[in-house]
Design a protein around this ligand. Structure first.
Ligand code: PMP
Length: 445
């Protein structure tokens, strides 16, 4: 376990990381980017220690993955036990209990008490692909509707669902067909104001699907309850519930993509719960297995069982070691009541960000839930002009000061806060202090 204190002993990145970076550039495709090219040696809780001995405060959690902290003791113990027992059989060849147990937990923990089934995959994108396959098969329809600012992955089908061109789609066409896009209920940027956002966005969505796609042709609508890569956009209150109900009324499968929002991050097990929505299908990934690659599709038994046997699967999906890790991570979430902790630390984060917004008018919006929060940086608070340059400068200043942070958003002007849910209050506070200084420094230039 790494001591839970921040410390810098060299510049960031230090000489050890720089040497590895040179080696990496000769060996690794330059198409794979890295936000901060430090090389990590060990990590736990809210701290990443790099090869130079710097201890960075982690506000990224490997993009919302290590919610229980890196190398959570229960994850480590379960993985060690499983890896020594057997590493792989392929669930499609011979079965094993941890796969079944993870599916039982997914069926229990996801919204709704109806009869459910789950299937396991390797990555979020693969889970989304499979949710779409299931919806198409079960409805006999082809069209899928996604929203502006959506992010669902980088495979061919999920690139088509993802909204942002650069860096995710540019140059990679042609994309999968029968994908349509509707306006997102984005309160901060809704042209007639936040109050009208849910109603007007819902009306536009219904009208567009009706006129451009046809309800009878629509297999599924897919929505992130809080859009992740698109800018931590919390859809206007009521929007998600109305979309879900409209899907039910029209025989369309409503898919909630909770790959980033799921598993306690927002202060609930799943963010759909804030809107009282019970999705037909729900995709999960990221935090589910404490850092090991695992993802799932969970939903109505009639949909999940509609596909012919052998229609879903993959060599590694639901690998036993990844399943063991998930059982450890979920145990920690339950025993340590991480929904409650995310909500409590989230309140602290919100109040600190609100205080900052009063002092800095470049903070145009603060949004999110629990420990999935972000600020939108604008150069003009009235025109709401996105300021990606200041956002990047703040991010770089945070990195230099030993705080690992991430940006996001369609306009590159959203600064996001995604610490581990087990981060100490002291480190959270210290990290916010670094952000505040970085903001002041970037604005003084
Ligand atoms: N959906 C959402 C909402 C995501 O945030 C992500 C990853 N950022 C994905 C899908 C894709 O997951 P993966 O990178 O594991 O394929």
């Amino acid at each position: 376990m790494v001591a839970q204190n921040a410390q810098l002993v060299t510049a960031v990145p230090g000489p050890g990381s720089q040497a590895l970076q040179e080696r990496r550039l000769r060996a690794v495709s330059h198409a794979v980017g890295t936000g901060l090219p430090v090389f990590i040696d060990e990590a736990s809780g809210g701290i990443l220690r790099d090869v130079d001995g710097n201890q960075l405060i982690d506000f990224a959690s490997g993009i919302a993955v290590t919610s229980v902290g890196n190398s959570d003791p229960r994850v480590v113990a379960r993985v060690q036990e499983q890896v020594a027992r057997f590493t792989h059989t392929c669930f499609m060849v011979t079965a094993y209990e941890p796969y079944v147990e993870v599916c039982e937990l997914l069926n229990e923990l996801t919204p709704g008490t109806h009869e459910k089934r789950s299937a396991l995959f390797n990555s979020g994108a693969e889970a989304v692909e499979n949710a779409v396959k299931i919806a198409r098969y079960a409805t006999g329809r082809q069209a899928v509707v996604a929203f502006d600012h959506a992010y669902h992955g980088r495979t061919n089908l999920t690139m088509a669902l993802t909204a942002k061109s650069m860096p995710y789609k540019s140059g990679f066409a042609p994309f999968a067909g029968e994908i349509y896009r509707a306006p997102m209920a984005y309160p901060y940027r809704w042209p007639t104001g936040a109050a009208a956002c849910a109603d007007e966005a819902f009306d536009a969505f219904v009208s567009q699907v009706h006129t451009q796609v046809g309800e009878q042709n629509t297999a599924a609508v897919i929505l992130e309850p809080i859009q992740g890569e698109g800018g931590f956009i919390v859809s206007a209150p009521g929007f998600m519930a109305r979309v879900a109900q409209w899907c039910t009324d029209n025989g369309i499968v409503f898919i909630a993509d909770e790959i980033q929002t799921g598993f306690c991050r927002t202060g609930n097990w799943f963010a759909s719960e804030f809107e009282g929505v019970v999705p037909d299908l729900i995709t999960t990934g990221k935090a589910i297995a404490g850092g090991l690659p695992l993802a799932g599709v969970t939903g109505r038994a009639d949909l999940m069982d509609a596909v012919h046997p052998g229609g879903l699967g993959g060599t590694y999906g639901g690998n036993p070691v990844a399943c063991a890790a998930a059982l450890g991570a979920i145990e920690t979430m339950r025993v340590d009541d991480l929904t409650d902790r995310a909500a409590r630390l989230g309140e602290l984060l919100t109040s600190r960000l609100q205080a900052l917004a009063e002092r800095y008018e470049v903070i145009g919006d603060i949004r999110g839930r629990g420990l999935m929060q972000a600020v939108e940086i604008v150069s003009d608070p009235v025109a709401k002009t996105p300021d990606p340059a200041v956002t990047a400068a703040v991010n770089a200043a945070c990195h230099r000061a030993g705080l690992l942070t991430l940006t996001c958003g369609s306009y590159g002007n959203v600064f996001r806060f995604l610490p581990s849910l087990v981060i100490s209050e002291e480190l959270l506070d210290q990290g916010i202090g670094i952000f505040e200084k970085a903001l002041a420094e970037a604005l003084a230039r």
